[in-house]
Ligand binder design. Structure first.
Ligand code: UDH
Ligand code: MN
Length: 265
């Protein structure tokens, strides 16, 4: 199991440095942009990563994912959307910001929303969009490579631009850990779409071990909204998104967008 064609081991303890990753990915351009050298890709992929205070994870993610995306002949851009300090984390809202900001850069038609700590362990797991919103972290080591429940839709998910617009993005109202991914699933169903998942053997992925972050405690305060997706999705999401960009920086390996997304009312 897990040692088939295309699989490899992710070593999260290996000490790599950003300059190292830069020199190993000489084709990656300013802002974390990559393109196939000898063909034209159909999909233009923005990878959106919600972020705060996880530099070591980001380094590992870049180390594995830049070669991975290039090997898959992706036309891609990496967006690290960083929430300013001292406010409760809001993963979903950062995803919406990433979508809105990436769209200004390039004609992206596929958006992959990925946690910073999840890395696929098989390069046949195509980081591409599909006919339906796609759940890509369906075979995680943390859950013994099984789905903990059938409707789980967290970790890494892929939407075409149309699919994401159809559900008005994520809810902006989930502060602290949990629930936003289940609400997202309910939006998809409410919009009459289905989800799809790659073969679990191919989708095997690892989540780098970590403890719960400060500022991202599960309060459960928003959990009541999970089952109200159909009712609120058209009012709460991309259409109601407000934020201030504090800093917009093109690093060599990614674009950082630091934002003030406010606090829970
Ligand atoms: N994130 C950050 N900084 C934070 C909080 C979250 O960057 O302070 C981002 C990051 O991309 C992360 C994602 O949000 O991968 C999701 O948060 P998470 O990794 O905390 O979510 P997960 O489902 O939560 O992994 C499990 C936390 C409890 C771990 C307990 C240890 N056994
Ligand atoms: Mn995690």
């Amino acid at each position: 199991m897990g040692e088939g064609y295309g699989s490899y081991i992710v070593d999260a303890k290996k000490n790599v440095s950003i300059p190292n990753i830069i020199s190993e990915n000489s084709h990656v351009q300013e802002g974390g942009r990559g393109k196939p050298q000898f063909c034209k890709a159909k999909q233009k992929i923005a990878i959106i990563i919600p972020f705060r205070n996880r530099e070591p994870h980001l380094t590992i993610w870049l180390q594995y994912m830049l070669p991975f995306l290039q090997k898959q002949q992706g036309d891609f851009g990496i967006y690290v959307v960083e929430q300013i300090r001292n406010t409760t984390f809001n993963r979903a809202k950062l995803m919406n910001v990433g979508f809105s900001e990436a769209k200004k850069d390039y004609d992206y038609n596929c958006f992959i929303f990925s946690d910073v700590d999840i890395i696929p362990m098989n390069d046949r797991n195509l980081y591409r969009c599909s006919e339906n919103p796609k759940h890509m972290a369906n075979s995680l080591d943390k859950f013994n490579f099984r789905l903990p429940y059938e409707t789980i839709f967290g970790g890494v998910v892929a939407f075409t631009k149309e699919q994401f617009l159809k559900i008005n993005g994520f809810s902006n109202r989930f502060w602290g850990w949990g629930g936003e991914d289940d609400e997202l699933y309910n939006r998809i169903v409410a919009a009459g779409m289905k989800i799809e998942r790659p073969d679990p053997e191919i989708a095997r992925s690892t989540m780098i071990f970590h403890n719960r972050d400060t500022g991202n405690e599960a309060t459960g305060k928003s959990f009541g909204l999970i089952n109200k997706a159909a009712q609120f999705m058209h009012l709460d999401g991309l259409s109601s998104l407000k934020y201030d960009v504090i800093k917009h920086t093109r690093h060599k390996l990614y674009t950082n967008i630091t934002v003030n997304i406010g606090t829970q009312l």
